[in-house]
Design a protein around this ligand. Structure first.
Ligand SMILES: Cc1ncc(C[n+]2csc(CCOP(=O)(O)OP(=O)(O)O)c2C)c(N)n1
Length: 629
């Protein structure tokens, strides 16, 4: 027998004594529970009871049984969202005309996300704690929307549109990928192709693959937990997500829990993780980067629950060991790898076609595809009575006095307005950047409760931010000089997407990014994803609350510095001029004083990034304080 976990024979004995365990053991539809997951569930149940989070182990098993049913119903809803205009809550077959003329969906990835997101909800119910979530593969939003609707975790506009049972679900099916535009030019439906501000609890769009991987570790504050669903396609082909152990510190970060949906495929190809060798190689790579990989059955929602719980326990223990001097930074960051096949749970999984439309044809016009649809949704069917029972077990927010997942703390950032430092205007020739240097150091000192982050692609001293560097220091695990510290606030790496992401993610703090003009272009995609989201939040009346900050482009075209044209590129500021000016300003301060006068406005704005094009070499003092202000 395994030292910690019970054997299958012991589990079967346990099932005789605990009918709720025996019931759960049977699984539901395509969901089966491996011996390993059964053992993990046994352990979880006992731990939750011992921790006083659940009254008895039978309740835990019942909640996990409900989780199986919600997962099956969620998978069924996802495939309906792709193919159908109607759902039959009595489980009867759909007829030809009830299917969409033009089906559309990222069905495979969405199916894979259902067990993960459902498990996230169930773990919150089991532990009485509402965590935050994000999803790198934002195209898989159908999973989240489907489960939010089943579980009633909705913003008011979605509640109104989709919240009234069968009618509401049918409206959801018809709205999904309808692209309908209202008379005023806005989107007609409170639903999008990716995660968007209508998506309850959503914090990042995930349309541009790779940014969630760079941002998740910088998001939670101590006391908050974030479950970050990531995809194998994005993680294995884009660097940066593997540096997380370098940045994570318990002193100023909450647990960030990466869960990779290893479904083995992107759109047109297998991923490396789709092969055993690739999977082992990825785990070796993760270990080399300081992660603690945990492989589990990504087809089983209970395995997600147990793994996320285990990751939290492990990280907590590592922090305790660090506090008692046994370990030092970087701590091994638990990393869940959910092994599955793309599109698991429905016809056509593990094929490239599963990415969008797994059926061979359109069920609206193709009889065989219609038959396949009706046959393959049958095992996912959950009767209304069973659904009611399952929902009662999972919707425990009131009894546990906790927020809906819609209102998790990461989704509702609204840091206090910062205390402004004294402004030191000058009348001598000096660098425009000297204004930022002194102001930011003073701003951070005046606001110790706002977590500072500086995004630095290795150029701070050159960009004349020397006081920022001395005071806030590079974050490293083994400091080499006084300019480096374990608790440094500067995220330095020669990857512009990664450094700007540290600041885009630090939504409850004070941020600063400076880079040579040409390299800001590499940040453009990440910045635009954030601006689009902030703009949509404003449009729907729930504006973003994060404090504004400057992204400073130095060595610019007009300054013509020592690196000449190589480091010049007006693309970044021109592109941001094309964005709405309530979320993006573009500023060209001519000297130290005009830069200084801008900074209090920049940092008092909410949901707005300012592109500041600034010379770094000394400039005459063109403007007095009065003129600058
Ligand atoms: C930066 C970027 N490049 C390309 C795409 C187009 N694209 C959308 S989904 C996808 C494949 C996704 O595969 P994976 O990341 O493994 O997610 P899965 O759907 O398999 O969960 C691609 C390449 C994108 N969204 N973002």
């Amino acid at each position: 027998m395994h030292q910690i976990l019970p054997s299958l024979a012991d589990l079967n004995e346990h099932a005789k004594a605990e009918p709720a365990f025996a019931q759960w053991q049977k699984g539901y539809g395509p969901i089966e529970h491996s011996a390993e997951t059964q053992a993990a569930v046994y352990r979880l149940a006992h731990q939750l009871v011992q921790a006083g989070m659940q009254p008895n182990i039978a309740t835990v098993y019942r909640i996990l049984g409900a989780l199986d049913k919600i997962t099956a119903a969620g998978m069924s809803l996802v495939v309906h969202m792709t193919y159908a205009n109607k759902i039959h809550l009595d489980g009867s077959d759909l007829t030809a005309e009830e299917f969409k003329v033009q089906p559309e969906g990222h069905t495979g990835g969405s199916l894979n996300m259902v067990p993960g997101y459902a498990a996230y909800m169930a773990l919150n119910a089991l532990t009485g704690e509402t965590r935050g979530w994000l999803m790198g593969q934002g195209h898989s939003v159908a999973a989240v929307e489907a489960l939010n609707i089943l579980l009633g975790n909705l913003h008011p506009e979605q509640q109104e549109a989709y919240g009234d049972g069968e009618e509401g679900i049918n409206r959801l099916l018809q709205d999904f990928y309808s692209y309908e535009i209202a008379a005023d030019g806005s989107m007609a439906a409170p639903l999008g192709s990716h995660v968007n501000p209508h998506t309850a609890g959503g914090i990042i769009e995930g349309g541009y693959l790779g940014f969630a991987e760079l941002q998740y570790a910088h998001m939670p504050l101590p006391g908050e937990k974030l479950v970050a669903f990531l995809s194998d396609g994005a993680a294995e082909e884009q660097r940066g997500s593997d540096w997380i152990p370098r940045w994570w510190r318990a002193e100023d970060c909450g647990p960030a829990l990466p869960i990779m949906i290893a479904n083995g495929r992107r759109i047109e190809q297998r991923t490396e993780l789709g092969t055993l060798e690739g999977l082992k190689g990825f785990q070796r790579h993760l270990r080399g980067c300081g992660f603690d990989p945990i492989e589990f059955d990504g087809r089983d929602p209970a395995a997600f629950v147990c793994t996320i719980w285990e990751m939290e326990q492990r990280l907590e223990r590592r922090v305790q060991e660090k506090d008692s001097g046994i370990l030092s930074y970087p701590l091994p960051i638990p990393y869940g790898i959910a092994e599955t096949t793309k599109g698991f749970g429905f016809y056509g999984d593990d094929e490239n076609k599963a990415h969008n439309l797994p059926l061979p044809g359109n069920p609206y016009s193709d009889e065989r595809s219609r038959e396949l649809f009706n046959t393959h949704v049958k095992p996912l069917y959950v009767s209304p009575d069973d659904m009611r029972e399952a929902l009662a077990l999972l919707n425990t927010h009131k009894a546990q006095d906790r927020a809906l997942e819609r209102d998790n703390p990461l989704a509702n950032r609204y840091p206090k307005m910062p205390v402004q430092p004294q402004l030191h205007y000058r009348d001598d020739a000096c660098s425009t950047m000297a204004a930022v240097d002194r102001y930011f150091v003073d701003l951070v000192a005046a606001n110790p409760d706002l977590r500072p982050r500086v995004g630095n692609p290795d150029e701070l001293a050159s960009n004349r931010l020397t006081e920022v560097l001395k005071t806030l220091r590079h974050r490293v695990s083994e400091p080499e000089s006084d300019l480096e510290a374990i608790d440094g606030k500067i995220i330095t790496v020669l990857n512009e997407e990664a450094v700007v992401s540290a600041c885009l993610a630090n939504r409850s703090g004070l941020n600063l990014v400076a880079s040579y003009e040409a390299f800001c272009v590499k940040m453009l995609g990440a910045v635009r994803q954030n601006l689009i989201y902030a703009r949509q939040q404003k449009e729907i009346g729930r504006p973003a609350g994060w404090l504004g900050w400057p992204l400073i482009a130095t060595s610019h075209t007009w300054e013509n510095g020592k690196n000449q044209q190589s480091h010049q590129d007006t693309t970044f500021c021109e592109a941001l001029l094309g964005e709405m000016n309530d979320v993006s300003r573009v500023l060209f301060p001519a000297d130290h004083n005009s830069m200084l006068a801008l900074l209090p406005q920049i940092y008092s704005a909410r949901g707005q990034i300012s592109c500041v094009v600034a010379a770094k070499r000394d400039r005459p003092a063109y403007f007095t304080q009065e003129q600058a202000e």
